[in-house]
Every structure is written in structure tokens, then in C-alpha cells.
Design a protein around this ligand. Sequence first.
Ligand code: ATP
Ligand code: MG
Length: 567
Amino acid sequence: MRWSQAFIPTLRDDPTDAEAISHRLLVRGGYLRQLMAGAYSLLPLMIRVRSKVATVIREEMDRIGGQEFLLPAVHPAEIWQKSGRWEIMGDEMFRLRDRKGADLALGMTHEEVFSTLALELRSYRDLPQFWYQIQTKFRDEPRPKGGVLRTREFTMKDSYSFDMESAGLDSSFDRHYVAYQRIFARLGLDAVPVEASSGAMGGSDSIEFMVRSNSGEDDVVYCGACGYAANMERATSRIDAIEDGAVHAEVEKFATPGVRTILDLSTFEGGAARESQIKSLVYMMEGELTLVLLRGDHALVEQKLQDGTGAIDLRPAHPEEIQAVLGANPGSLGAVGVKGVPIVADPALAGRYNMVTGANEDEFHLRGVDVERDIEVTTWMDVREITDGEACVTCGEPLEVFKAIEVGHIFKLGTKYAEAFGVSVLDEEGAAITVIMGSYGIGLERNIAAVVETHHDEKGIVWPVAIAPFVVVITVLRADVTEVLDAGERLYRDYQQAGIDTILDDRVERPGVKFADAELIGIPYRVTVGPRGLENGLVEIQDRARGTTEEIAIGDAISHVIQLIGQ
Ligand code: ATP
Ligand code: MG
């Protein structure tokens, strides 16, 4: 490719709306343009990177026996109704109607469609099957964010395994696990496998692959000592017991004028430290008001509440709804004496006494509360957020909490979809056996953004060779001088012939502009051809990642780059 003919619209300044580094660099480097919130046009450089990523993924899926498909993005409502996810997917699903008035959905994932195809599996001899595709997914995300880190339309490699029994599923899952580790390693990503919540997918085990980055939206709880790693949505920890005193006091109401928060009450005369308060949150779950209790200094993880109760529709209750049932406003809420309202309590409150909580009367609180004596807890459920430094559940060493980007997710689905669609095969005795499924996803554009998040410097992107849009840029310093341009052209042909993806920067531009562009878009090797070097038969070769520059004889220019790539 000749740069003078290429569409590489680099920008000098960061886009104003971009926070994530990958968002800034991919827009500035001419890889992306936003069409609307959560929808990006992928420009030619991005397509080059994406097709290399797709090749890596295909090679690794094929290595474990995957077979490639391509399924429609537009689906009939019926298949989603059959699995029950027409409702479950809620507003995240784009829906439309065709000219005949039939309800359709844009595919967010393809368990349903692949299940309809699996109806043609006949015998145990057909299993296992690994089916995959690289295809566009549509999700009306509530908060598209970070450029292509979270969009409403993106490319996913999704695959599905079909097995006879759970041991088969375990082995299919393990093979995907290994394939995913190989994929991430080849993309240059240090992806940590973590225990995850299965969310709307259903099923038992799931593992997410997480790349540490401040642009990530997930929190990973990690133990450097034993390797325990879990998404905050699933993580647990060991916390120290709290001494509540020798005397079990009786419940006593006291006035707390002006006190609205846990913090207010912790500094209020006669109040209590945060860890001796009960935090009372009120949620509307499937249309039913529910009280959720935590230790005063603990925070709620909504996904835990959702996973633990199975509630699909869940949100904090509005003040009017709370007032109607509990008779007080947030700031004075509590669970003592509450009847007829489900109460979910976090185990960190078990056995605690002499606690302080709202009295369900504005401007009043209760002290001397013994959680198990005074509150009718319906369900004990771990719903607490883990904080940095708490002790690891497995080894007791301090945990670390860090922000991460979820780059891949693998699920053991079990028989949920196979049952809904009636997918079965005949076993050796001729009996029909429901197949067991797994599903496995990697987002291509999000992975590319994650690479940029972890491979850049102040000048721009620093692509790993495996997925760089071009591996070499030949920067011709005086493209207006025929001999210099010719020398550049000859080198360009030689690199291409050696199978190295190369772009010839033949623009008549100042060297500074060309160097800055090459660094911004992140080409791993720059070969600079200029009049002075040519007089001595030399070119300059810069290694973007190592930051080294060497003068090399023109005749060695190809072998030198090959050697650098090999190092
Ligand atoms: P998240 O929790 O980030 O919303 P998810 O659990 O919904 O992700 P999956 O349904 O497991 O994601 O999808 C598999 C993969 O697809 C993810 O690991 C990620 O790489 C990618 N992905 C998911 N949602 C998006 C999105 N909105 N934009 C870009 N990539 C996405
Ligand atoms: Mg999601």
C-alpha cells in the first residue's frame, strides 16, 4: 500500500469525548469514526488489524476441531420465545417488525439459532461438535463506552459445543480454555482467567478472561499469593470478626435530627461506627419491594443479588414506593419489626448485636439491635463488594482489586437450550439423550482496543507484530526526488516479496509529519530512506517497541527486519 493513496485520516488532537486511551488513539490514528453512540465505522487500518485477529482466532478454533458457520443477524421472535430470552433480554435486545407484522430480533448471541441446527444431530457418534462463527452482534447497551470497548454493534467469535454427558462438556470447555489462552497470548494480551457470574446466559460454571486496565468496566478480585481470581460479581473474601461488646443491649429508639447517611451517623453523638451500623437498601425485584441489609461500611453488588434471587427485573425502589411500604424516607430505613417484606441479609451481619439502624420513622434510629433476634431475615445471601486488602478465602493473604477489560467469556450452559429446543441424540442403546452445551465468546473490536490499552506510549500505538496493520513502513524522506523515491519503491517490493506487510510512505510531506504519523498508527518497524543515507548505501531502521534506531546497509534491510521480528 502507498500512503499517498491510502485513506488514513490521522488527527493531531484527541477527540473531546474520548476518555479511554484506546478510544483516543484509534480515532486519532484513523482506525475508527463514530456514527452515533455505540456505533463505529471501521476504517481500512482497523479492518487490516481485525482480519489478522480473526485469522488468529480461526487458527486456534480450527486447531481444537471447530467448524466455521455464518448465521443470520435477524432472527424470528419465536426462537427467542422458545428459550424464554425474548423477555429476559429486555431492552438490551434490538427488536423490529417485518412488512408482514412479524416480530424479529437482531441477534445478541446465537445459542437459539445454533440449537435449531443441532436438531439435525442424530447419534452419540456425531458428538462432540464445535461450531463457531465470526459475526456481528447487536446489543442496545445502556451505556456504550470507551470507543469500541463497549458498542451496540460489534463482531464476536462465538462458538458452541455439543456433548453427551457432563464429562464431555468439561473436556470441551477445557479445550476452549486452552484455545482462548493461546489466542490471547498471540494477540499480546495478558489475560487472567477469573470465576464469573453467568448472568442471563444460565448454566453453571463460567470463566472470564480479564486484561488489567483502568479503562475496563469490570472489577477483578485477585490473590497474588495463591492465584485466586474472581469477578467482583462472584468474588468472596474472609473478613475479621467484629467485637460487639459484653452486653446484649435491648432495642432503643433515639432521635437523629439531620442524619441521612451512614457517614452522618458515624460522627453523630450517640451514633455508631460504620461497621456497627446496618445499611438498609430497598430494591424493587420483579415488582416486589425487598429489603437488602449490609454492614454499614459494605457496598452492594447488584449482580450478586440478581444471581442469588434469580430476579431478572431489579432496580432500586423509588422513594414513594419505599414510603408507601415502610413509612419512612431513605436515611431512616431499617428492618426491625418489618413483616411481609422479603429481607435479604449479607452474612457479614450474622451473629452481630448492639448495632444501629434506621427506625422507619424519619429522623429516628434504633440502637441495641441484635440482627438475628430482632430482624426476620428471609434469606442470607452474600451480596457484598470485596475491598482491597481483605483476606483471600482460600489462603488468607491480602486480596487485590483491579479494573479490567473482559476480553472473553466461556460458559458451561448445561441442557437449558437443548431442552427448550428438544436437541437430543441416540446413545449406544438407542435411547434419546439430551445434549449438553457450552458457549464461548470473544469480541474482536474489544480485544483490539484492549491491545491498544496495553501497547502504547506517549506517541501512539505500539502494535504487536502479529496484528499490526502493516509490519514495516518505508518512510521516504524526499518523495519529490526521483532517485530517493525509486530506492523506496525497490525496498517496498523486496519487503512485500519477503512476505512482510509493508506500507510505502511516499507522501510529499515533512519528515516530522511522517514520523509522527507512523508512530501514532503504531507500525512496528520504520525503514527510513533519505538522500544522505543513500549516498552511503544505508537506510535507518527503527524498532518502535524497543525504541532503537540503527543504520543498516540497504542490502541487509530485509534480513535485519526479519531478524528483529524473530527476536
Ligand atoms: P459485558 O459484561 O462486558 O457486557 P458480556 O458478559 O455481556 O460482557 P458476553 O455475552 O460473554 O459478554 O460476550 C462475549 C464477549 O463479547 C465479551 O467477552 C466481549 O469480548 C465481547 N462483548 C460483549 N459485549 C460487548 C460490547 N457491547 N461491545 C464490544 N464487545 C462486547
Ligand atoms: Mg453485556
